[in-house]
Ligand binder design. Structure first.
Ligand code: NAP
Ligand code: MG
Length: 506
């Protein structure tokens, strides 16, 4: 495990080092770890999953099933029921019945106990859930194990605590549940998004019909098993798998009181149109194109780690990914050089390997979309650097990529790529940084890196983004509200604010 000193520049030597004629450490050999795959042998998956309706596993009315595949191997994992309008009808009826007869009548303290029970069961099955999340969606096991699953449990614990304290959350006001919530979630954080939706809905006394994403249904189905084992009254949580049409059937069902949607802005707009004038409540957590702003006085090495985490975490399949890097002009070359060096050390590959930094892209479709947008970036004249990370032969993988010389008008500076691709722009003054950061249709999140506390606070109020991180990135906590400005959506999830979309407050 020797660290080699190299005289001259292979691909990864940074430009500023080369300019200064410096030798640099080649970490290539030093960081070559032996494979350390997490074993999937403890995972108990069925070959075929039905729909979870009224506390039971039922066959889809159509008799149709589709396969969910492992994006790292392209092998099928299990067959999943395709829910139709008739299935959504059954699920909503079960949820209504459970709402009227049991859940809305139950003492809040008792409701809270069920939610706690789910949280504890998630912890007990944490390892299995993490492995299945990585198999079905492609994210590295270190993320599913250390972020997705613990944060999922934390959301259930947090909301369980509110169940009998809602009158303290909104003092002096009377609160009551809405009824049946229809919830539709994306593929980037399948289990965590299910928790963001289900936990506050249950704590507030609503019942639920959840539609997971087509490519990542498995952990939601394991959650259904957990919910069954926790002996939740039948019909309180129903899980109907399927594609976009299944989601649309849920949106259009007349007996749903509220739709909570997380996904793309395009589908979010379709849903808003469909719901207009129905009187149904809705919350929308949509896309993003976050600016990560680095000032010359920032702790640069810390910022490099934050930028890398901000865009390459979960293959860039993150709505709040720091996909636009705004750098103060004077430090552009130094920062880009540092980023390129760090990118060259990232390990892309088997999601189940504990050493993997960047796992598989979620689907072939998403990989093609990323490739297409990267090609547009090149065609528009931006300079591309793709880290020389070896990629597995099978599966959907994409090497971390950074574009410099990006103009505000370029598609890669405006459109959500939803992959491990960073666009770098520059600014000269604080006000130009804010102007550029806000020059987007989106407004989900932003990052600021500076050692000036006053500047951090000032900019946090000027940035049109639901979350602003200062000298860090991608930090989440169930007690902290999350949600967008502009076309990133409306409504908040998490914290006390996250209870509001599930309550009538009088
Ligand atoms: P998507 O295509 O909009 O899909 C989201 C969900 O909606 C999926 O379950 C999808 O089913 C379903 N769906 C598709 N068409 C529908 C329709 N006409 N009516 C009702 N439901 C429909 O988004 P995605 O590609 O899965 O996820 C990526 C997007 O989610 C990104 O834009 C990302 O920024 C956003 N996101 C936002 C947040 C946030 O908190 N703001 C968090 C995570 C992700 P299928 O899977 O079968 O297509
Ligand atoms: Mg899958």
């Amino acid at each position: 495990m020797a660290i080699k000193l190299v005289e001259d520049g292979p691909e990864t030597q940074s430009t500023h080092q080369r300019r200064r004629g410096e030798r640099r450490l080649d970490f290539g050999t030093a960081w070559e770890y032996a494979p350390a795959p997490e074993r999937p042998d403890h995972v108990r998956l069925r070959d075929r999953y039905g729909l979870f309706i009224n506390g039971r596993w039922v066959s889809p009315e159509s008799g149709k099933f589709f396969k969910t595949i492992n994006p790292a191997t392209e092998e099928p994992i299990a067959e999943i029921a395709e829910g139709s309008e008739a299935d959504v009808e059954r699920a909503v009826a079960a949820a209504r019945q459970a709402y009227e007869s049991v859940w809305s009548k139950m003492r809040p303290l008792e409701r809270g106990k069920y939610v706690y029970r789910i949280a504890r069961a998630i912890q007990e099955r944490a390892r299995e859930l993490a492995v299945v999340e990585s198999m079905d969606g492609g994210k590295p096991i270190k993320e599913s194990r250390d972020f997705d699953v613990p944060t999922t449990a934390a959301h259930f614990f947090y909301n369980a605590g509110w169940a009998d304290k809602l009158s303290y959350a909104f003092p002096g006001r009377a609160v009551r549940p809405l009824g049946v919530a229809g919830q539709i979630i994306p593929w980037n954080f399948p289990l965590l998004m299910a928790a963001w939706k289900i936990a506050p809905a249950l704590a507030c006394g609503n019942t639920v019909v959840l539609k997971p994403a087509e490519t990542t249904p498995l952990t939601a189905l394991l959650l259904a098993e957990i919910i069954r084992e926790a002996e939740l009254p039948p019909g309180v949580v129903n899980i109907v798998t399927g594609a976009g049409a299944t989601g649309a059937a849920l949106v259009n069902h007349p007996d749903v009181d509220k739709i909570a949607f997380t996904g793309s802005t395009a589908v979010g707009k379709l849903i808003q149109r469909a719901l207009a004038g129905t009187g149904k409540r809705m919350t929308m957590e949509l896309g993003g194109k976050a600016a990560n702003i680095v000032f010359a006085d920032a702790p640069l090495d810390q910022a490099v780690e934050g930028i890398i985490n901000g865009i390459f975490f979960n293959q860039g399949h993150v709505c709040c990914a720091g996909s636009r890097l705004l750098v103060e002009e004077g430090i552009h070359d130094v920062l880009v050089a540092k980023l390129r060096d760090r990118m060259a050390t990232l390990r892309v590959g088997d999601p189940l390997d504990k050493n993997t930094d960047i796992g598989a892209i979620n689907s072939r479709e998403q990989l093609e979309r990323i490739e297409q947008l990267v090609q547009v970036g090149e065609d528009e004249g931006a300079e591309r650097y793709t880290a020389p990370c070896p990629l597995p032969e099978k599966g959907f993988f994409f090497s971390p990529t950074i574009f410099t010389g990006v103009a505000q008008s370029h598609a890669i500076a405006r459109e959500e790529i939803f992959g491990p691709v960073l666009s770098v722009l520059t600014f000269r003054t604080e006000s130009e940084a804010v102007e550029r950061a806000n020059n987007t249709f989106y407004g989900l999140s932003a990052g600021i890196w500076s050692n000036k506390g006053a500047r951090l606070f000032k900019l946090a109020t000027q940035l049109e983004a639901g979350v602003v991180w200062a000298n860090t990135y991608n930090k989440f906590d169930p007690s902290s509200a999350f949600g967008g400005y502009k076309e990133s959506g409306f409504g908040r999830e998490g914290g006390r604010h996250g209870l509001l979309p599930y309550l009538v407050v009088e």
